[in-house]
Design a protein around this ligand. Structure first.
Ligand code: NI
Length: 412
């Protein structure tokens, strides 16, 4: 009896252990050994991650799966941009059982730039690819900022590469051989030699037509609370008279704007360089003083962009202001010329009178804070008028500023 009971007890224990094992096996097969449905979306591509530390995050805690891979750099500005981008993606609306991934490629370009290509994908609950989007970032380590297209290409790029820009600015990726443009997932590669005339980026490894940059002498500081006036000189430079005008501004520690003809700048590059060195603004007044308002697109394009090129090649600076010859503006000009058109508020008629006292009188009778005064530095009578005008106006408290400065301190 005792033995029998003992047998019964061990049979019960054995059965219980067996049942337990069965349950564990079942759990193992049902849960633990279940094939991972997201297996092929886990991890990230190890290729094309030239620079930066890989950050990877994946989760199926929600009712969808997400896997994000992005780089981390020691450059704080770039890191913040990347974090903000990833944060936006995480915030996007997600659907049940869908899959969301982000991966990237990173390139180191000439030790100066870091370019990043992000690829964002989403898949539906059948794991079918629904959407793929690219996003680029180009970081300049020297300037500590992300580059925009206008930092990379000069102002005439839209006209030159009209097909690339017809849908707005395409995304771009700096590479060591050239620039890759993305237009709705269409990719177009242009190498740096092909882009030479349109290159705004200044880097010893990238060909460009930019002249050597000219160090600017320190200038008098502008007091926004005091009166200011912008002198503008058209149609120069002239080797006999422009120097006299520059001397007068140097004496009074003021700046002016010179709207030059490309044809005359070509013949007087040293005067253009002196303007830049002494803190004056260089402006575009067309190549040959043609009346562009009566011209077609080709004439406007040639007259404007040739002059930009001439001044850029001499000074390394891209003119930021344009004065139309004769002050004449057409609708067509506005669509082609990518700069503001600067007119004037005080016309001295110096080209007509060629009379120093009447030029002085024209200015003194009409000048006020924020005036833009029109003169021509190609006449001795005008240069003589400047010799007289600057001390007079300075005595009245005026500061002499460029168009760029006037726009900043006296915005319209
Ligand atoms: Ni003119």
């Amino acid at each position: 009896m005792k033995k029998k009971r003992h047998l019964k007890k061990s049979a019960i224990i054995s059965l219980a252990v067996l049942a337990g094992l069965c349950v564990l096996t079942l759990i193992y097969f049902l849960v633990l050994n279940k094939e991972d449905p997201y297996l092929k979306f886990r991890g990230y591509h190890k290729n094309h991650k030239e620079i930066g530390k890989v950050v990877h995050f994946e989760s199926d805690d929600q009712d969808y799966f997400e896997a994000y891979t992005y780089p981390k750099f020691k450059e704080a500005t770039l890191n913040n941009e990347i974090k903000a981008y990833v944060k936006e993606i995480k915030k996007e609306k997600k659907k049940e059982n869908y899959i969301y991934t982000l991966d990237y490629e990173s390139n180191k370009v000439f030790d100066t730039y870091i370019s990043l290509l992000f690829t964002k994908k989403s898949y539906n609950d059948k794991q079918k690819l629904l959407n793929k989007e690219s996003f680029t970032m180009n970081y300049d380590k020297n300037q500590k900022k992300l580059l925009k297209i206008k930092d990379v290409l000069r102002s005439n790029y839209k006209f030159q590469f009209a097909d690339l820009f017809k849908n707005g600015n395409p995304m771009f990726l700096l590479q060591t051989s050239g620039i890759r443009f993305y237009d709705h997932e269409q990719v177009k590669d242009l190498n740096y030699n092909d882009l030479k005339s349109w290159m705004a980026l200044k880097n010893p490894n990238i060909p460009s037509i930019a002249g050597a940059s000219i160090p600017v002498d320190s200038m008098a500081e502008i007091d926004p609370n005091r009166a200011m006036v912008a002198f503008t000189f058209d149609d120069g430079p002239n080797s006999n008279t422009t120097g006299q005008v520059l001397d007068a501004f140097a004496r009074e520690k003021g700046s002016a704007t010179f709207f030059m003809l490309g044809s005359r700048a070509l013949n007087n590059p040293e005067i253009v360089k002196r303007m830049v060195k002494e803190g004056h603004e260089i402006g575009n007044h067309s190549m040959s003083h043609a009346n562009l308002s009566k011209g077609d697109a080709t004439l406007i394009n040639n007259e404007f962009f040739q002059t930009q090129n001439v001044l850029y090649e001499i000074s390394g600076k891209e003119p930021k202001a344009f004065r139309p010859p004769y002050g004449a503006i057409s609708e067509l000009m506005k669509t082609i010329i990518p700069l503001p058109m600067t007119l004037w508020s005080v016309d001295t008629l110096d080209w007509k009178t060629r009379d120093t006292p009447s030029i002085v009188q024209a200015v003194m009778s009409r000048v006020q804070d924020g005036s833009i005064i029109l003169l021509h530095d190609i006449y001795g009578t005008s240069a003589n008028a400047i010799d007289l005008l600057l001390p007079k106006l300075k005595q009245q408290g005026y500061q002499f500023v460029t168009i760029d400065e006037l726009n900043r301190y006296r915005p319209k």
